[in-house]
Structure formats: structure tokens, C-alpha cells
Design a protein. Structure first.
Length: 339
């Protein structure tokens, strides 16, 4: 639909386009003489010029360095947002309405974020976002009301500082997009901050063998509490190795651990778990390829090997993963399996 603002001030009626979206074919009906007169009338006017094959070229006045493109009809002002990263005069932004999402999927490649899919009831799967996807390493932490702190991205084992984009509950999550390359700017809206002091994020990493430390440096980390888990979905590959898990909590929250691609891996569902047992697949002592997981609703149990580790549903679980490796570390009270 084309909305026009008509302004009388010259010998002819000047039509100034103000629509966010309109038909390209309609613009070629505007005579070149009209466009020329508007250019002479206003030094700051910006015009869409009709080329061929229904392609438009945007011509900016010399005084304008660029502008921001948003995917929402009523974008917030830049001054009303909190950003991390350098915002340039010409930048395209994608927004995620956090009030209407049921979950977020972050797409990383070579430790860089390329896309975010917002799960909604209308778009529950991230397949379409993945199909559209054609190097500074970083890690992000998202704090949720029910599920707690969520780690996003590769691990960061060295010294770092926290950057808080929003201390309150933001309405929009913002990041820049480009035809080629990862996202480099992240932000939230609005900037309103609570006066209460923010509890620091838990960044304590376990002490590990130096060889494992080198492997973990190139892996992604997901963390979830083991307390109050009402159900677990375990995703397995053809070798029965665990690639990811979904935790459902008693308060309605959900946490995703590892590589959770529904439809690609088969899923096993468990309800009211009392224990989580895991056994790593290690071709050599320094290399962990994968992990087998067993969930049980009873404490008394037995395993066929001695390499299993059994934990109560207390404490936290860390799921380190990459394309080639999956590692589980439980910080909980260990229980002993029956002989």
C-alpha cells in the first residue's frame, strides 16, 4: 500500500512518499520532471529512483552519511537503546520482541554469531532461519526470569568483564545484520534501568587437565540447574550418543543443553527423574568424542561398566559441545551405582 503526503507550494502538486513499503512499479509513474523539482525544492530530500527490472536505487543528499534500516515499522530511537559494539551511520538492525517469544536459537559459525531465531507459536522451528544463513570470539549471557542465567556462545576461560545491556526486563533484543559476515552490534530496548544492584553472573569454570583445557577452548558451553527438573528429553545420534538435552522445570521454564536439533536426532523422554548418569566415549585419555546418558526415576540401579558417573538431580550440569565432541560435567552430589 502506498501512502502519500501531498504538499502544495509550487506550480504543481509535490508528492512526497512516506510509506515503509510500496509497489516498485508504481514509482515509475512519477515523471522525472517532478522528481527534479522536488530536488530543487529541498536540499535534504531522499529519493527512490526507478531503474530497470523493477530495481530501485536510493540516492542520498551529500549531507547525509547514511541511515539505519529496521525490520519493524515503529523502530525505537538509537538514543533509547543500549548497545554493545560500534553503531555506524549506515547499519541494518533486526529486532526480536521478547514479549512474544517462547525461546531463542542462536546460530554460531567459527565462534561468531550469524543469526537469531525467535521461536513463537506461529514459528516454532528454526529451520527457515537456518536456511537463510549463507571472527571475534565472544560469549553472551542471557538472564531469564524462570530459567535463570543462560550462556550463549563458546566458552571464555580467560579474564573478562561483564557488559550489562539491560538491567530491567527489555522489550526488544537488537542485533545488526549484513549480507556477508557475523553480527557485531548487540542491544536492548528500552534503556530504563532498575536501581537494584544486579547479581553478578557466575563465571567460575572448573579446574581441568591442560589437555582438556585446550579442547574446551574451542567448544560451546550450556549450563542448567539439576534441581526441580520435571522432565528431560535426550537427543541421540545413530550411535546412541547424547547430542543434546531439553530440561523441563516445575515452574514451567525450559533449558536446552548441547546440540538440540529436533527432527535431526531421535528424542527420548523421561519424567520425574531422580538421577542422571553419563559415560564418556574416549578414544584416548586426552580426547572425549561423545557421551552416553541414562536418566532414571529410581536411585537403586546398576551399569555394565565402571566408567559411568551417577549424580542426583542436585547442583548444576555443564554440557560442552562442538561438531565433533560432547562432554558433560556435573557439579552435584554423586551417588554410587549398585555393583
Amino acid at each position: 500500500m502506498l501512502h502519500l503526503d501531498r504538499e502544495i507550494g509550487l506550480d504543481i502538486e509535490i508528492v512526497r512518499e512516506k510509506a515503509e513499503a510500496y509497489g516498485i512499479r508504481l514509482l515509475k509513474l512519477l515523471p522525472a520532471e517532478l522528481i527534479q523539482m522536488v530536488q530543487e525544492y529541498s536540499d535534504s530530500a531522499t529519493f527512490w529512483r526507478y531503474i530497470h527490472f523493477h530495481v530501485l536505487r536510493l540516492e542520498l543528499p551529500a549531507s547525509l552519511l547514511g541511515f539505519h534500516i529496521w525490520d519493524t515499522p515503529n523502530p525505537p530511537g538509537i538514543e533509547d537503546c543500549d548497545f554493545y559494539g560500534r553503531v555506524t551511520p549506515s547499519m541494518q538492525f533486526k529486532t526480536t520482541n521478547l514479549r512474544s517469544v517462547t525461546g531463542l536459537t542462536f546460530f554460531f559459525s567459527f565462534s561468531k554469531l550469524y543469526a537469531i531465531h525467535a521461536h513463537t507459536h506461529a514459528r516454532p522451528y528454526a529451520t527457515k532461519t537456518f536456511e537463510r544463513l549463507p571472527a571475534k570470539r565472544q560469549e553472551s549471557v542471557v538472564r531469564t526470569k524462570l530459567a535463570g542465567d543462560v550462556y550463549v556462545g563458546p566458552c571464555h576461560l580467560r579474564q573478562h568483564r561483564d557488559v550489562v545491556l539491560s538491567q530491567s526486563s527489555p522489550e526488544l533484543l537488537i542485533h545488526n545484520v549484513a549480507d556477508v559476515g557475523p553480527a557485531t552490534v548487540f542491544g536492548t530496548y528500552p534503556r530504563k534501568q532498575q536501581r537494584d544492584s544486579l547479581q553478578p553472573f557466575n563465571n567460575s569454570w572448573p579446574n581441568m587437565d591442560p589437555l582438556l583445557h585446550m579442547m574446551f577452548e574451542h567448544m560451546y558451553l550450556s549450563v542448567a540447574p539439576l534441581n526441580d527438573v520435571a522432565g528431560i528429553q535426550v537427543l541421540e545420534d545413530e550411535n546412541f550418543e547424547c547430542k543434546g538435552m531439553i530440561f523441563d522445570y516445575s515452574n514451567g521454564a525450559q533449558r536446552a543443553l548441547g546440540d538440540c536439533r529436533f527432527g535431526h536426532y531421535r528424542a527420548k523422554a523421561y519424567v520425574r527423574p531422580l538421577r542422571l548418569c553419563y559415560c564418556h566415549v574416549q578414544p584416548t585419555p586426552a580426547i572425549v568424542r561423545g557421551v552416553h546418558v541414562e536418566i532414571g526415576s529410581e536411585s537403586d540401579h546398576a551399569h555394565s561398566g565402571d566408567d559411568w558417573k551417577c549424580s542426583k538431580m542436585e547442583g548444576n550440569i555443564e554440557f560442552w559441545f562442538s561438531k565433533e565432541h560432547s562432554v558433560i560435567v556435573c557439579h552435584s552430589i554423586e551417588i554410587t551405582a549398585a555393583p
